[in-house]
Design a binder for this molecule. Structure first.
Ligand code: DGY
Length: 322
């Protein structure tokens, strides 16, 4: 038996990074990516002083009910809508996220989706794989240029700003909407102009969603908002499912009231709205915007730093969400 405090890591991650915990903690790493049910999760948490979890782990009052020793839930994500932060505060448990280290890879991925949708890459690849090269005609597979088109960003936090920076190279004017405009110096650095939400929806040729999921942002883009968008516009969601009403989006895409979409996140994922799977004008990916080796390792490192810091073993490298 050891009297070291215990850390549980809910998924296999980067062993070399997790090993930094070992001098101070008894570490258990779940050896499967399987999603644990609420009672399994509660049983795991009950014995721990700290846990490192991810988006598949939904942690609320019930899951920490028996976790008398638990001092921190370190989330392996910048978003923390999988954690009931109020319930954790009430139980005296700290919550941390992995802000900043994923901004650049998520911004890169937003552009991959934007360009992939603009140029119909994934649909064209499906066509090619089905053996259709020679049937391609001069005017088949026409996409749209991005240069000179307006990029709209809903949610201009650090990821939104990283997306905006990249627009300079593509010669795209950038407009954005936040509850409050950014300081002028930040706007200038991003070459971005604050507009109201209706204007953002009406003027964007490419609208990227980069805001957190909260009760206030749930269905921030639903049927009324989609109706304000240009029929030629493309919607890109790298933020969270639930911000978009997927049923309303699927209907708009089917009726060509919206030209296309590129989605990395879905309402109710891993289940997708079935209509999305049947449409050719949508690019789909399985919530992988931050999935690069460098970024996922850095996210793990921030979570480890947060646990170490809370127990007095090092500088606090990540920022708690509140
Ligand atoms: C995040 O960090 O919130 C991402 O969605 C996880 O990859």
């Amino acid at each position: 038996m050891t009297d070291k405090p215990r850390v549980w890591v809910s998924r296999p991650t980067f062993p070399g990074v997790i090993a930094r915990l070992e001098p101070h903690f008894e570490v258990t790493v779940e050896d499967t990516e399987r999603k644990l049910g609420p009672s399994e999760l509660a049983a795991r948490l009950a014995r721990q002083d700290a846990v490192i979890v991810g988006l598949k782990d939904r942690i609320g009052a019930a899951e920490v009910g028996a976790a008398e020793r638990l001092r921190i839930v370190a989330n392996l994500a910048v978003g923390y809508d999988n954690i009931d932060v109020d319930a954790m505060s009430a139980a005296g448990i700290a919550v941390s996220n992995t802000a900043d280290v994923l901004n650049e890879s998520v911004a890169d991925y937003a552009w991959a989706l934007l360009l992939g949708a603009a140029r119909r890459m994934t649909a064209a690849e499906r066509w090619l794989r089905a053996g259709h090269w020679h049937a391609t005609e001069f005017k088949a597979w026409l996409g749209s240029d991005v240069r000179g088109r307006t990029l709209g960003i809903l949610g201009m936090g650090r990821i939104g700003q990283a997306i905006a920076h990249r627009a300079v190279g593509f010669g795209m004017p950038v407009i954005y909407h936040n509850r409050s405009p950014l300081p002028e110096a930040v706007e200038r650095a991003c070459h971005a102009r604050h507009v109201d939400k209706a204007q953002l929806l009406g003027e964007s040729d490419f609208l990227v969603l980069a805001l957190p999921l909260t009760p206030r942002t749930r269905h921030a883009v639903g049927a009324p908002e989609l109706a304000l968008m240009k029929p030629t516009a493309l919607l890109i969601n790298i933020a969270r499912g639930g911000i978009v009403d997927d049923a309303a989006l699927a209907a708009a895409l089917r009726d060509r009231r919206l030209a296309g979409a590129a989605l990395d996140v879905f309402e109710g994922e891993p289940k997708l709205h079935p209509a999305l799977l049947t449409l050719d004008n949508v690019v789909l990916s399985p919530h992988i915007a931050s999935a690069t080796t460098e970024t996922r390792r850095a996210m793990t490192s921030v979570a480890v730093d947060n646990v170490l810091a809370l127990f007095g073993h090092g500088p606090h490298a990540g920022r708690p969400p509140n």
